[in-house]
Design a protein around this ligand. Structure first.
Ligand SMILES: [Zn+2]
Length: 148
């Protein structure tokens, strides 16, 4: 960080002195110094605007990505049966934070989605060793072979 700052100060100074040198008439050192200061301030001004623009663009992009990620987490696809007599089933993309609706592919009616929350008893985690799990997997595989 300090290295970067020193590098920036050195670069700004070299550019300012270089530009002032180009306009130096070889007589007035005061004028040379004045132009060094003017070029330094101009560079600081331009850098500040540049950094502000880059910050703004990066922050805007980050906000968009965060909102997109947040929306994706709230989005889920649920298969629904239409309340029409045909009971057409279709997958619907549902956002948990919004009022959702979809159009039935059969009757072409717009259907609202109601979101219900319910609780369920948590299952006890299986306390098993690797050998136990291997035995379960082996049994499962043998059952699959029997079904073939
Ligand atoms: Zn329908």
């Amino acid at each position: 960080m300090i290295g970067k700052i020193l590098k920036s100060i050195t670069l700004i100074t070299v550019i300012s002195v270089g530009l002032a040198w180009l306009t130096y008439d070889g007589v007035s050192l005061r004028s040379f110094g004045k132009w060094c200061v003017i070029y330094t301030l101009a560079q600081i001004f331009c850098n500040t605007i540049y950094v502000s623009c880059v910050d703004y663009i990066l922050l805007k992009k980050l906000n968009e990505q965060t909102i997109e990620r947040y929306n994706k987490q709230l989005q889920t696809i649920v298969p629904f049966d239409c309340p029409c007599p045909v009971k057409t089933q279709q997958p619907v993309s549902v956002n948990m934070a919004e009022q959702n609706s979809y159009k039935c592919t059969h009757c072409k009616k717009r259907i609202n989605v109601n979101i219900h929350m319910d609780n369920a008893l948590a299952t006890t985690p299986v306390d098993a060793t690797v050998a136990d799990i291997n035995k379960i997997v082996q049994g499962f595989n043998e059952e699959l072979k029997l079904n073939d």
